[in-house]
Ligand binder design. Structure first.
Ligand SMILES: C[S@@+](CC[C@H](N)C(=O)[O-])C[C@H]1O[C@@H](n2cnc3c(N)ncnc32)[C@H](O)[C@@H]1O
Length: 294
Protein backbone atom coordinates (compact mmCIF):
# COMPACT_ATOMS: atom_id res chain seq x y z
CA UNK A 1 0.00 0.00 0.00
CA UNK A 2 1.05 3.58 -0.54
CA UNK A 3 1.86 5.36 2.71
CA UNK A 4 -0.67 8.17 2.28
CA UNK A 5 -3.46 6.53 0.31
CA UNK A 6 -6.30 4.65 1.98
CA UNK A 7 -7.12 1.22 0.61
CA UNK A 8 -9.21 1.28 -2.59
CA UNK A 9 -10.08 -2.40 -2.20
CA UNK A 10 -11.59 -1.67 1.23
CA UNK A 11 -13.93 0.88 -0.42
CA UNK A 12 -14.76 -1.58 -3.19
CA UNK A 13 -15.81 -4.27 -0.71
CA UNK A 14 -18.08 -1.80 1.14
CA UNK A 15 -19.65 -0.75 -2.18
CA UNK A 16 -20.20 -4.41 -3.02
CA UNK A 17 -22.06 -4.91 0.30
CA UNK A 18 -24.39 -2.05 -0.66
CA UNK A 19 -24.93 -3.48 -4.15
CA UNK A 20 -25.67 -7.00 -2.89
CA UNK A 21 -28.14 -5.66 -0.32
CA UNK A 22 -30.36 -4.62 -3.27
CA UNK A 23 -30.14 -7.99 -5.03
CA UNK A 24 -33.08 -10.29 -4.20
CA UNK A 25 -31.08 -13.53 -4.38
CA UNK A 26 -27.95 -12.51 -2.50
CA UNK A 27 -29.08 -10.09 0.16
CA UNK A 28 -29.88 -12.93 2.59
CA UNK A 29 -26.12 -13.55 2.86
CA UNK A 30 -25.61 -10.18 4.58
CA UNK A 31 -25.97 -9.85 8.34
CA UNK A 32 -28.61 -7.36 9.59
CA UNK A 33 -27.37 -3.75 9.62
CA UNK A 34 -24.23 -4.49 7.58
CA UNK A 35 -25.45 -2.73 4.43
CA UNK A 36 -26.95 0.24 6.29
CA UNK A 37 -23.67 0.77 8.17
CA UNK A 38 -21.62 0.39 4.99
CA UNK A 39 -23.80 3.05 3.35
CA UNK A 40 -23.27 5.37 6.27
CA UNK A 41 -19.46 4.91 6.07
CA UNK A 42 -19.48 5.49 2.31
CA UNK A 43 -21.68 8.58 2.61
CA UNK A 44 -18.79 10.33 4.30
CA UNK A 45 -15.88 8.87 2.32
CA UNK A 46 -17.06 8.01 -1.19
CA UNK A 47 -20.38 9.85 -1.75
CA UNK A 48 -20.19 9.86 -5.55
CA UNK A 49 -19.35 6.16 -5.79
CA UNK A 50 -22.18 5.43 -3.35
CA UNK A 51 -24.70 7.36 -5.46
CA UNK A 52 -23.52 5.55 -8.55
CA UNK A 53 -23.77 2.09 -6.96
CA UNK A 54 -27.25 2.89 -5.59
CA UNK A 55 -28.34 3.87 -9.11
CA UNK A 56 -26.75 0.76 -10.60
CA UNK A 57 -28.44 -1.47 -8.00
CA UNK A 58 -31.91 -0.75 -9.41
CA UNK A 59 -33.65 -3.53 -11.36
CA UNK A 60 -33.25 -1.82 -14.74
CA UNK A 61 -29.54 -1.11 -14.26
CA UNK A 62 -28.13 -3.93 -12.16
CA UNK A 63 -27.44 -6.03 -15.28
CA UNK A 64 -24.60 -3.62 -16.11
CA UNK A 65 -22.77 -4.40 -12.86
CA UNK A 66 -23.53 -8.12 -13.00
CA UNK A 67 -22.43 -8.29 -16.65
CA UNK A 68 -19.16 -6.49 -15.85
CA UNK A 69 -18.57 -8.80 -12.89
CA UNK A 70 -19.21 -11.88 -15.05
CA UNK A 71 -16.68 -10.56 -17.53
CA UNK A 72 -13.79 -9.72 -15.15
CA UNK A 73 -14.24 -11.90 -12.05
CA UNK A 74 -17.42 -13.98 -11.80
CA UNK A 75 -18.85 -14.33 -8.29
CA UNK A 76 -16.44 -11.98 -6.51
CA UNK A 77 -19.19 -10.03 -4.72
CA UNK A 78 -20.83 -13.25 -3.53
CA UNK A 79 -17.40 -14.42 -2.34
CA UNK A 80 -16.96 -11.29 -0.19
CA UNK A 81 -20.41 -11.81 1.34
CA UNK A 82 -19.90 -15.54 2.02
CA UNK A 83 -16.44 -15.05 3.55
CA UNK A 84 -17.83 -12.31 5.80
CA UNK A 85 -20.70 -14.57 6.81
CA UNK A 86 -18.29 -17.32 7.86
CA UNK A 87 -16.20 -14.86 9.87
CA UNK A 88 -19.28 -13.35 11.51
CA UNK A 89 -20.58 -16.78 12.59
CA UNK A 90 -17.17 -17.82 13.98
CA UNK A 91 -16.62 -14.52 15.82
CA UNK A 92 -20.07 -14.46 17.41
CA UNK A 93 -19.79 -18.13 18.48
CA UNK A 94 -16.40 -17.46 20.13
CA UNK A 95 -17.41 -14.21 21.84
CA UNK A 96 -20.72 -15.62 23.10
CA UNK A 97 -18.76 -18.42 24.81
CA UNK A 98 -15.48 -16.85 25.90
CA UNK A 99 -16.28 -13.11 26.04
CA UNK A 100 -13.10 -11.05 25.91
CA UNK A 101 -11.90 -9.14 22.89
CA UNK A 102 -12.48 -8.89 19.15
CA UNK A 103 -9.50 -7.71 17.16
CA UNK A 104 -9.94 -6.99 13.44
CA UNK A 105 -6.62 -6.49 11.66
CA UNK A 106 -6.78 -4.61 8.35
CA UNK A 107 -10.45 -3.82 9.01
CA UNK A 108 -10.96 -1.44 6.09
CA UNK A 109 -14.60 -0.32 5.97
CA UNK A 110 -15.83 -3.63 7.38
CA UNK A 111 -18.67 -3.25 9.90
CA UNK A 112 -18.28 -6.40 12.05
CA UNK A 113 -16.48 -4.72 14.98
CA UNK A 114 -18.96 -1.83 15.11
CA UNK A 115 -21.95 -4.15 15.09
CA UNK A 116 -20.44 -6.46 17.73
CA UNK A 117 -19.47 -3.46 19.88
CA UNK A 118 -23.09 -2.29 19.78
CA UNK A 119 -24.62 -5.74 20.33
CA UNK A 120 -22.18 -6.88 23.05
CA UNK A 121 -21.19 -3.89 25.23
CA UNK A 122 -18.96 -6.08 27.45
CA UNK A 123 -16.72 -7.09 24.54
CA UNK A 124 -13.65 -4.98 23.92
CA UNK A 125 -13.37 -4.34 20.16
CA UNK A 126 -10.25 -3.17 18.37
CA UNK A 127 -9.75 -2.36 14.70
CA UNK A 128 -6.17 -2.13 13.59
CA UNK A 129 -5.37 -0.83 10.10
CA UNK A 130 -2.82 0.88 7.95
CA UNK A 131 -2.65 4.54 9.12
CA UNK A 132 -4.14 5.91 5.87
CA UNK A 133 -7.12 3.52 5.92
CA UNK A 134 -7.55 3.89 9.69
CA UNK A 135 -7.81 7.69 9.26
CA UNK A 136 -10.41 7.16 6.52
CA UNK A 137 -12.43 4.89 8.83
CA UNK A 138 -12.27 7.42 11.66
CA UNK A 139 -13.56 10.15 9.32
CA UNK A 140 -16.19 7.79 7.98
CA UNK A 141 -17.49 7.01 11.46
CA UNK A 142 -17.59 10.64 12.53
CA UNK A 143 -18.78 10.73 16.14
CA UNK A 144 -20.37 7.26 15.93
CA UNK A 145 -17.50 5.18 17.36
CA UNK A 146 -18.97 3.00 20.16
CA UNK A 147 -17.28 3.45 23.56
CA UNK A 148 -16.01 -0.16 23.50
CA UNK A 149 -14.39 0.13 20.03
CA UNK A 150 -10.83 1.41 19.56
CA UNK A 151 -9.31 2.29 16.15
CA UNK A 152 -5.54 1.71 16.07
CA UNK A 153 -3.40 2.95 13.12
CA UNK A 154 -0.47 0.62 12.39
CA UNK A 155 1.55 -0.50 9.34
CA UNK A 156 1.95 -4.28 9.63
CA UNK A 157 5.13 -4.25 7.59
CA UNK A 158 6.83 -1.87 10.03
CA UNK A 159 5.66 -2.35 13.62
CA UNK A 160 4.76 -5.40 15.73
CA UNK A 161 1.03 -5.11 16.35
CA UNK A 162 0.69 -7.23 19.50
CA UNK A 163 2.15 -4.48 21.71
CA UNK A 164 0.10 -1.71 20.09
CA UNK A 165 -1.75 0.57 22.45
CA UNK A 166 -5.41 -0.32 22.75
CA UNK A 167 -4.99 -4.10 22.56
CA UNK A 168 -5.32 -6.06 25.80
CA UNK A 169 -3.13 -9.20 25.41
CA UNK A 170 -4.53 -10.67 28.64
CA UNK A 171 -8.06 -11.09 27.23
CA UNK A 172 -9.15 -14.17 25.27
CA UNK A 173 -9.34 -12.76 21.79
CA UNK A 174 -10.96 -13.57 18.48
CA UNK A 175 -8.66 -12.19 15.79
CA UNK A 176 -9.87 -11.51 12.23
CA UNK A 177 -7.35 -11.09 9.42
CA UNK A 178 -9.64 -10.91 6.37
CA UNK A 179 -8.46 -10.03 2.88
CA UNK A 180 -5.08 -8.75 4.11
CA UNK A 181 -2.30 -11.37 3.82
CA UNK A 182 -2.24 -11.16 0.00
CA UNK A 183 -0.93 -7.58 0.26
CA UNK A 184 1.91 -8.37 2.67
CA UNK A 185 5.39 -9.88 2.43
CA UNK A 186 5.84 -13.43 3.76
CA UNK A 187 7.78 -11.98 6.70
CA UNK A 188 4.95 -9.57 7.57
CA UNK A 189 2.39 -12.40 7.30
CA UNK A 190 4.47 -14.58 9.66
CA UNK A 191 4.99 -11.76 12.15
CA UNK A 192 1.30 -10.88 12.09
CA UNK A 193 0.26 -14.49 12.68
CA UNK A 194 2.92 -14.95 15.35
CA UNK A 195 1.40 -12.01 17.25
CA UNK A 196 -1.88 -13.96 17.35
CA UNK A 197 -0.09 -16.92 18.94
CA UNK A 198 0.96 -14.62 21.79
CA UNK A 199 -2.58 -13.63 22.73
CA UNK A 200 -4.20 -15.08 25.88
CA UNK A 201 -4.68 -18.87 25.99
CA UNK A 202 -7.84 -20.00 24.21
CA UNK A 203 -7.69 -17.17 21.68
CA UNK A 204 -8.74 -17.99 18.13
CA UNK A 205 -7.99 -16.54 14.74
CA UNK A 206 -9.66 -16.56 11.36
CA UNK A 207 -7.45 -15.46 8.51
CA UNK A 208 -7.76 -15.58 4.75
CA UNK A 209 -5.13 -16.28 2.12
CA UNK A 210 -4.87 -16.73 -1.63
CA UNK A 211 -4.14 -20.29 -2.74
CA UNK A 212 -2.35 -20.18 -6.10
CA UNK A 213 -4.08 -21.41 -9.26
CA UNK A 214 -2.95 -24.42 -11.35
CA UNK A 215 -0.20 -22.31 -12.92
CA UNK A 216 1.05 -21.08 -9.55
CA UNK A 217 -0.36 -17.55 -9.91
CA UNK A 218 -1.55 -15.74 -6.78
CA UNK A 219 -4.91 -14.42 -7.96
CA UNK A 220 -8.59 -15.23 -8.02
CA UNK A 221 -8.64 -18.20 -10.36
CA UNK A 222 -11.22 -16.85 -12.83
CA UNK A 223 -9.89 -13.27 -12.79
CA UNK A 224 -9.10 -11.54 -16.07
CA UNK A 225 -5.76 -9.77 -16.41
CA UNK A 226 -7.62 -6.46 -15.97
CA UNK A 227 -8.08 -7.27 -12.26
CA UNK A 228 -4.32 -7.52 -11.60
CA UNK A 229 -3.78 -4.37 -13.66
CA UNK A 230 -6.37 -2.47 -11.59
CA UNK A 231 -4.85 -3.70 -8.29
CA UNK A 232 -1.40 -2.65 -9.47
CA UNK A 233 -2.73 0.77 -10.49
CA UNK A 234 -4.13 1.22 -6.94
CA UNK A 235 -0.75 0.10 -5.50
CA UNK A 236 -2.46 -2.96 -3.95
CA UNK A 237 -1.08 -5.87 -6.00
CA UNK A 238 -1.36 -9.40 -4.60
CA UNK A 239 2.08 -10.37 -3.32
CA UNK A 240 1.62 -13.49 -1.17
CA UNK A 241 -0.20 -16.79 -1.31
CA UNK A 242 0.04 -20.29 0.15
CA UNK A 243 -0.85 -23.73 -1.23
CA UNK A 244 -3.76 -25.33 0.62
CA UNK A 245 -1.75 -28.49 1.39
CA UNK A 246 1.03 -26.79 3.34
CA UNK A 247 -1.01 -24.73 5.80
CA UNK A 248 -0.30 -26.96 8.88
CA UNK A 249 3.49 -26.90 8.24
CA UNK A 250 3.39 -23.15 7.70
CA UNK A 251 1.52 -22.49 10.95
CA UNK A 252 3.28 -24.96 13.27
CA UNK A 253 6.53 -22.95 13.83
CA UNK A 254 4.40 -19.86 14.50
CA UNK A 255 2.69 -21.59 17.46
CA UNK A 256 -0.58 -22.05 15.58
CA UNK A 257 -2.69 -24.96 14.36
CA UNK A 258 -5.47 -24.96 11.74
CA UNK A 259 -8.89 -26.13 12.92
CA UNK A 260 -10.70 -25.74 9.62
CA UNK A 261 -9.75 -24.65 6.11
CA UNK A 262 -12.63 -23.40 4.03
CA UNK A 263 -12.56 -22.90 0.25
CA UNK A 264 -15.24 -21.87 -2.23
CA UNK A 265 -16.58 -25.44 -2.22
CA UNK A 266 -17.38 -25.35 1.51
CA UNK A 267 -18.64 -21.75 1.37
CA UNK A 268 -21.09 -22.75 -1.34
CA UNK A 269 -22.30 -25.82 0.58
CA UNK A 270 -22.67 -23.90 3.85
CA UNK A 271 -24.11 -20.56 2.76
CA UNK A 272 -25.24 -20.59 -0.87
CA UNK A 273 -26.94 -23.99 -1.30
CA UNK A 274 -29.26 -23.66 1.74
CA UNK A 275 -30.41 -20.28 0.39
CA UNK A 276 -30.94 -21.61 -3.12
CA UNK A 277 -28.21 -19.37 -4.56
CA UNK A 278 -26.66 -21.17 -7.52
CA UNK A 279 -24.69 -18.44 -9.32
CA UNK A 280 -20.92 -18.09 -9.68
CA UNK A 281 -18.65 -17.95 -6.63
CA UNK A 282 -15.06 -16.73 -7.08
CA UNK A 283 -12.33 -19.25 -6.23
CA UNK A 284 -8.80 -18.64 -4.99
CA UNK A 285 -9.13 -17.24 -1.45
CA UNK A 286 -9.46 -19.65 1.48
CA UNK A 287 -10.34 -19.03 5.13
CA UNK A 288 -8.52 -20.74 7.97
CA UNK A 289 -9.92 -21.00 11.48
CA UNK A 290 -6.87 -21.36 13.69
CA UNK A 291 -6.02 -21.92 17.36
CA UNK A 292 -2.88 -21.37 19.38
CA UNK A 293 -0.78 -24.36 20.41
CA UNK A 294 1.24 -22.75 23.22
C1 LIG B 1 -8.99 -5.70 0.76
S1 LIG B 1 -8.99 -4.64 2.13
C2 LIG B 1 -9.87 -5.68 3.27
C3 LIG B 1 -10.65 -4.88 4.26
C4 LIG B 1 -11.51 -5.72 5.20
N1 LIG B 1 -10.70 -6.63 5.98
C5 LIG B 1 -12.57 -6.47 4.45
O1 LIG B 1 -12.36 -7.65 4.15
O2 LIG B 1 -13.61 -5.87 4.14
C6 LIG B 1 -7.30 -4.77 2.71
C7 LIG B 1 -7.07 -4.11 4.05
O3 LIG B 1 -5.71 -4.41 4.43
C8 LIG B 1 -5.13 -3.24 4.96
N2 LIG B 1 -3.66 -3.31 4.80
C9 LIG B 1 -2.97 -3.58 3.67
N3 LIG B 1 -1.64 -3.48 3.91
C10 LIG B 1 -1.50 -3.17 5.23
C11 LIG B 1 -0.40 -2.93 6.09
N4 LIG B 1 0.86 -2.99 5.65
N5 LIG B 1 -0.65 -2.63 7.39
C12 LIG B 1 -1.91 -2.57 7.86
N6 LIG B 1 -3.01 -2.79 7.10
C13 LIG B 1 -2.80 -3.08 5.79
C14 LIG B 1 -5.75 -2.12 4.13
O4 LIG B 1 -5.61 -0.86 4.76
C15 LIG B 1 -7.18 -2.58 4.02
O5 LIG B 1 -7.95 -2.15 5.09
Amino acid sequence: MQPHRASSTARLIALSTVFLSHQPRDRDLLPPEAAALSESLLTRTAPLALRLIRALSRPGARGLVLGFERLVLPGIQRHYAARKRYIEDAARAFLAGAGGQLLVIGAGLDTLATRIARDMPDIRCVELDHPATSALKRDAMGGDVPANLVLVPLDLGRSPWAEAEGIDPALPTFVVLEGVTMYLTEQAVEETLQGCARMAPGSQLVWTFMHPDARGHVRFHQARAAVSAWLASRREPFTWGLALGVVPEFLAPLGLEPQEIVTATQLRARYLDPRGIDGALAQGEALCLTRTTE
